[in-house]
Structure formats: structure tokens, C-alpha cells
Design a protein around this ligand. Structure first.
Ligand SMILES: Nc1ncnc2c1ncn2[C@@H]1O[C@H](COP(=O)(O)OP(=O)(O)OP(=O)(O)O)[C@@H](O)[C@H]1O
Ligand SMILES: [Mg+2]
Length: 469
């Protein structure tokens, strides 16, 4: 996936996000530049800095969505933080590093999932064998149980006799096993119960609180003390084979994957392709150099805290040191009041690329409702289809929804494409409530008249629309 060209990246983003061509272009270049960097000569590689971006635009026009989709395209660990979070009481000057630790956690589980996926087949087989062992335990025939059969006297010698018995015994067991294995594979035994020994869920007897600062150092006391008990406790649980399959496959998969390798790969991935999305950056920009209150100081403080991370530094996580030099930072904000130039100069320097996202109009809304892979109307169609109800939105109805969204945005408050959510949920509320009790199967047509009937009263009453739409 990493090898997508800028044009291909934009084409992929186009599948989900309408318009905003400039922003798509910028992020596509930034993403491709990382790949270019990795393929540059080693001595240059560390010199090339990521193209951190500031996205400027009103609320609900696709800023977060673009960054999120980009990360998914790249298979990159992605985290979204609000810059304002760090101005909160108790946060100031503290724990900006936490975003890198969280990002690392995300990378770890991402890589672990991939590795688990790769051993899934083998884990399933092993789990099946373990279930077989439970069904047909490997029994040793106790000597006391041995009862000589009628042919006893004819047997040449006791030793060979034993061998023969063992052989047929083993053979029979093998045959039974095979039979059961086939049944197991066909799922015929899924309803049966077995007793499985599983690692007991960790319920810590006491919560361990470290001294302040331990968390920052990435030291997990729970992990340190957790092992003092001498390995994981195991306990027996009865469950259906169907469930046992999953539980045991998971356990086997955990044994098969090499956590050291996962950790190494995850750290590498965070450092080389991690993406941090810092939302509401404008809220920590300080407007003027004039009289400064405490709030301004704390906002500037947040920028100063962010700076080392954005500039590139080492952050200690519980998996090891993470260097932030090549993590891509995308900051975003409406910048209604403050301007990017109100950020401290060092910060501005670290975000050389500025892109503006446009506010969305009626025509965009029409497309957003219908075109993206995850378009809102497609989502509701799928929801209702799960109950056997087909819903069709006529073209005129969609146009009307788009028109109303634009109108309410203009008259009440511009919340961008988020308006479509509130409008469509209001529109469909009755249908969603009636299915399946009063309305099951069949087809519903949402046409212009229906949109009018459901929405015009709300739209015309400004007080009402403030609350509902
Ligand atoms: N251009 C667009 N095309 C398709 N869907 C969009 C577009 N813009 C916004 N949306 C949809 O609207 C919702 C909000 O968008 P998003 O989260 O990207 O807003 P934002 O620009 O980050 O706003 P904020 O500044 O409030 O964070 C999402 O569900 C997204 O799918
Ligand atoms: Mg956002």
C-alpha cells in the first residue's frame, strides 16, 4: 500500500471525501515523500524532514476524515488528539508525550493483529487438536484393567501379546480421532460441551499506583509485579466446542507469534510511518502579543510542550524509545479568530504546509449523501436491509435533503456535513422505529413529498430546528 503514487492516493481519498482537492493533494505528497525518503541514500535519509501540514477550515468539512483515511490507506498507526486537552487543569506541562505512547500502543496492536492473522490457520489446527485431546483423552490402559480374553492361552507370549494389544488400541484410537476430527471440521460437534483449561482473566488483587512520573517514563508497575505471582494462573471452564475453538485458537496464536518481533516492527512503524493528528491547534494559538492573561500563558505553554515532539525527540514508552523525528504531524483548526501566524514561530516553522478546506455547499451535500463508499444513505439502506426492508431515495428527495441541510447551516449554524446526519436521522426516525413491528419486508420510497412532510415544519420553525436539526 505504501507505494501508491500521489495521484493514486488522491483517487483513493476521492472514494470517501467529496471535494477538498487541495488538502488531498497536500497529504498525498506528504505521504509519498515518506516513501521517497525511505528510498533515498542513507546519509540523506535522516536529514529529510516530514512535511507537516496545517489544515485550515470550518467545522465538518472533512479535515479529520482526510487524515483518518490517509492513515488507513498507508497502513500507518494513527492517533487524533485535541491540542486543548493539554491546557486542561492538571495537564499543563505534563504528558504531551502520552500521545506518542498511545500511538505506540496502537502500532503494537496493529502489528500484533497482522501477525496473529498470519498464523491463524495454524492456530486453528492446533486448537482443533487440543479439542480432540479433550474429547478422546490420551488414556494409558492401567494394568489392573487387563482381563485376558478367551484366546489367552493361544497367544505365543505375554510381551508380544501386549504389543499387539497396544497396536490395535492405538490404531483404534487413531481411527476414532480421525472420525471425530472429521465431525469437528464439519462443525457437527459444536454444540457439545467440553472442559477447557484457560488462562484466567487478570483481575488484579490490588491496583498498583506508581509515583507521579512513573507513567511518563513508560514503566508499567502492573507489568513488573504481575509476573511475581509466578506465571499466569489457569483455570478450568466448561464451554461449548464452538466457543472453545475461538478461545483455544487465540491462545495458540499468542504462543505462535513472536512478541519481540512484533515490538520491534511496531516501533519501526511508529517512527517511520506514524501519523499524529492534532486537532484544534488554533485554540492554543495566542492571538496578540498584548496583555497576557493566565490562559494565554498556558496556551503558549502547550505549544512549547508540543514543540520538542514535533521537532523530533525521544519518547520513552513501555516498549522502548520512540524517536519522533519522522512522524507525520497534521494539525488542524478552524482559525476563525487566531491565525496560523499567531502560533509561536518555532511551531509555524515545523508546519510548513498550509492548506485550506472550503466550506461545503448544497451541491457537495448532494454528492456526500450519495457518492462516498460509506455514504450516509448507503448506510441507512444497509441498516434497513438487515431487517428485510428496502428503502429507495428518489433523486428529488436527495436534492431536497441537500437543500435543507444547506439552508439550516446558513440560518442556524454551519456545522458542515455533520448537518446531514442530524437531518437524515430526523427524516428516518419513524421508519427506523416502525421496523419491524409495524413495517416488515417490502419497499419504502422516500420521495420529495415525504422529505417535506417530515422536515418542513422543523425547518421553518427556527427555534425547533436549533434543537432538533
Ligand atoms: N468533504 C466531505 N466528503 C464526505 N464526507 C464529509 C466531508 N466533509 C465532512 N464529511 C463527513 O462529515 C463528518 C465530519 O467530518 P470531519 O470529522 O472530517 O470534520 P472536521 O473537518 O474534522 O471538523 P472539526 O473541525 O469540527 O473537527 C464525517 O462523518 C465525514 O464523513
Ligand atoms: Mg475534526
Amino acid at each position: 500500500m505504501q507505494e501508491l503514487t500521489p495521484r493514486q492516493i488522491v483517487a483513493e481519498l476521492d472514494k470517501y471525501i467529496i471535494g477538498q482537492g487541495e488538502a488531498k493533494k497536500s497529504v498525498a505528497i506528504a505521504l509519498r515523500n515518506r516513501w521517497r525518503r525511505l528510498n533515498a541514500p542513507a546519509d540523506m535519509r535522516d536529514e529529510i524532514m516530514p512535511n507537516n501540514i496545517i489544515m485550515i477550515g470550518p467545522t465538518g468539512v472533512g479535515k479529520t476524515e482526510i487524515a483518518r483515511r490517509l492513515a488507513r490507506l498507508a497502513g500507518a498507526p494513527f492517533i487524533k488528539v485535541e491540542a486543548t486537552k493539554f491546557t486542561e487543569v492538571g495537564y499543563v506541562g505534563r504528558d504531551v508525550d502520552s500521545m506518542i505512547r498511545d500511538l505506540t500502543d496502537i502500532a503494537i496492536s496493529m502489528v500484533r493483529d497482522e501477525h496473529t492473522e498470519a498464523v491463524q490457520e495454524r492456530a486453528r489446527e492446533l486448537a482443533e487438536e487440543r479439542i480432540l485431546d479433550l474429547l478422546i483423552p490420551p488414556v494409558k490402559m492401567p494394568a489392573a484393567d487387563y482381563v485376558p480374553g478367551p484366546g489367552f492361552l493361544m497367544r505365543p507370549s505375554p510381551e508380544t501379546n501386549d504389543d499387539v494389544e497396544d497396536a490395535t488400541e492405538a490404531e483404534m484410537r487413531e481411527r476414532t480421532r480421525r472420525k471425530f476430527r472429521d465431525m469437528l471440521k464439519r462443525g457437527e460437534l459444536d454444540g457439545r460441551e467440553v472442559e477447557v483449561e484457560v488462562a484466567s482473566e487478570q483481575t488484579p488483587m490490588l491496583q498498583v499506583f506508581g509515583p507521579m512520573g512513573m507513567e511518563e517514563m513508560g514503566v508499567n508497575l502492573q507489568d513488573l509485579f504481575g509476573n511475581l505471582g509466578g506465571g499466569k494462573k489457569r483455570k478450568k471452564r466448561r464451554m461449548k466446542i464452538e466457543e472453545a475453538r475461538k478461545v483455544l485458537a487465540q491462545e495458540e496464536a499468542q504462543k505462535l507469534i513472536d512478541m519481540d518481533k512484533v515490538t520491534k516492527e511496531a516501533l519501526e512503524r511508529v517512527q517511520q510511518s506514524g501519523i499524529v493528528f492534532i486537532d484544534e491547534i488554533d485554540k492554543v494559538a495566542v492571538r496578540s502579543a498584548g496583555s497576557r492573561g493566565g490562559a494565554d500563558v498556558s496556551r503558549e505553554g502547550v505549544q512549547r510542550d508540543l514543540l520538542p515532539i514535533v521537532e523530533g525527540s525521544g519518547v520513552m514508552t513501555k516498549y522502548g524509545m520512540v524517536k519522533t523525528d519522522h512522524i507525520l504531524f497534521i494539525a488542524s483548526g478552524a482559525f476563525h479568530v487566531a491565525k496560523p501566524s499567531d502560533l509561536i514561530p518555532e511551531m509555524q516553522g515545523r508546519f510548513p504546509i498550509r492548506v485550506e478546506l472550503k466550506s461545503l455547499n448544497e451541491e457537495d451535500f448532494y454528492k456526500i449523501l450519495t457518492q462516498p463508499k460509506n455514504a450516509l444513505l448507503k448506510q441507512y439502506r444497509a441498516l434497513l436491509a438487515s431487517e428485510g426492508v428496502e428503502i429507495e431515495f428518489t433523486d428529488e428527495a436527495v436534492k431536497e435533503i441537500a437543500r435543507i441541510a444547506a439552508e439550516v447551516n446558513e440560518q442556524v449554524e454551519n456545522i458542515g456535513a455533520r448537518r446531514l446526519h442530524t437531518i437524515v436521522t430526523t427524516l428516518l426516525e419513524d421508519i427506523l422505529f416502525d421496523v419491524p413491528d409495524n413495517l416488515s419486508g417490502g419497499k419504502v420510497v422516500a420521495d420529495r413529498e415525504m422529505v417535506h412532510a417530515k422536515l418542513s415544519a422543523v425547518v421553518e420553525n427556527r427555534d425547533l430546528s436549533q434543537y432538533i436539526l
